[in-house]
Design a binder for this molecule. Structure first.
Ligand SMILES: *Cc1c(COP(=O)(O)O)cnc(C)c1O
Length: 374
């Protein structure tokens, strides 16, 4: 029998979350303004949930956005016929042939990419978004370069190399700083003003900020790019996914593989990080950092055993971690454990206890953990 750990992935939750985001966007649509279209972001193997499950869960998305060319090809070959967008664009001239063949759209963020396109021929024009750096200083053309880059893209469009040419940027602080986000949007609007084409600026946090998407581009076609919220985790530190009607798509669960009672003063795990202050029952769970559970999780990180919320004690080892069974005295070898997800702590609660974000925990679930669709 394999180790009892597994990640149960709910395809129904993926669909539900996509639908919830769609309804939210619908609410802000006023007469004469279209609801933004949704690129469901499925990078990093769909935030650890698996591309194929994402293809089922997001079957009704308007498009799918990702990073890896091979993943995009995989989506096509699996039967996805809608738009596919590569968020970092492409890297080598040879990639252009694949974009052409599989009708994959790209973000263009450097002059090197324009150079490569100018030296290539395609059968089908490639759709593109020209990315502006509005402050994050990660990808995108500088404000001073943008109109030149956009004009080059329009020339490529006239030559039939590019098809649709749109405008995009990415927000650095949409989760916690509305003023910084407004400032980025203002730069975007100023620099792209008068240039034609569709607009894409919103990640999950901006998409979920009431009224924000509606004010972005009331007169242009808009595409939003939510990622984390579609998996049922929150981009915000102060608004839970559940409060926004989102459902966890991943439940990481395991079982107790050992139970013992220790006396006051006894210690637990590597480095003896935990010392019992009284006699207590503890359990060992088949889940460690080699499964993707964070090694730096502190004593007190929430865990559910046999339906009862308790806490991690001691340092997380490679393959195991220990829990306090005081509130679950009947727990035994084989009792179910939920690390995060449905009926457990949310991935965001665990992340917060560990000083990180749900994104990192979801993406870090190791390949050795079997995924089970539910
Ligand atoms: C990852 C990513 C997104 C989605 O971000 P979330 O915070 O997960 O919604 C959107 N746009 C770009 C360019 C990204 O890299």
């Amino acid at each position: 029998m394999p180790r009892p750990i597994l990640a149960a992935i709910s395809v129904a939750a993926l669909s539900h979350n996509l639908n919830t985001v769609g309804q939210l966007l619908e609410q802000d649509v006023s007469i004469g303004i279209q609801r933004p279209s949704i690129w469901a972001v499925i990078k990093a193997d769909a935030y650890g949930h698996g591309i194929d499950r994402a293809l089922s869960g997001f079957a009704l998305a308007d498009g799918l956005a990702m990073l890896d060319l091979n993943e995009a090809v995989h989506c096509r070959e699996a039967g996805w016929s809608g738009p596919l967008l590569l968020l970092e664009g492409f890297f080598e001239p040879e990639d252009i042939r694949v974009l052409d063949q599989y009708r994959i759209s790209i973000v263009i963020h450097t002059n090197e990419q324009l150079d490569m396109l100018e030296n290539s021929q395609v059968v089908h024009a490639v759709d593109a978004c020209i990315k502006l750096n509005t402050g994050m200083n990660r990808l995108g053309f500088q404000q001073t370069e943008y109109s030149t880059a956009f004009a080059r893209a329009q020339d490529l469009q006239n030559d039939g190399v590019l098809g649709l040419v749109g405008k995009m940027t990415h927000f650095a602080c949409a989760d916690d700083d509305p003023l910084a986000t407004e400032a980025q949007l203002e730069v975007f609007n100023r620099v792209t003003d008068g240039l034609p084409g569709r607009v894409s600026v919103c990640n999950s946090a901006a998409t979920l900020t009431p009224g924000f998407a509606a004010q972005v581009a009331p007169h242009a076609e808009q595409w939003v790019r939510p990622g984390i919220c579609l998996y049922g985790a929150s981009p915000f530190a102060d608004r839970s996914a559940a409060q926004m009607g989102l459902r966890p798509a991943m439940t990481l669960r395991s079982e107790l593989i050992s139970v013992r009672t220790i006396a006051a003063g006894e210690q637990v795990g590597y480095g003896y990080r935990y010392t019992a202050t009284r006699a207590m029952k503890i359990g060992v769970v088949a889940c460690g950092y080699a499964d993707g559970y964070p090694r730096h999780a502190p004593n007190g990180t929430p865990i559910v055993v046999d339906g009862v919320r308790t806490q991690l004690i001691g340092r997380v080892s490679m393959d195991m971690l220990a829990v306090d069974l005081t509130p679950v005295p009947a727990a035994h070898v084989g009792s179910p454990v939920i690390l995060w997800g449905i009926d457990g702590p949310s991935v965001d609660e665990v992340a917060q206890a560990c000083g990180t974000i749900g994104y990192e925990l979801l993406c870090a679930v190791a390949p050795r953990v079997p995924r089970l669709s539910s």
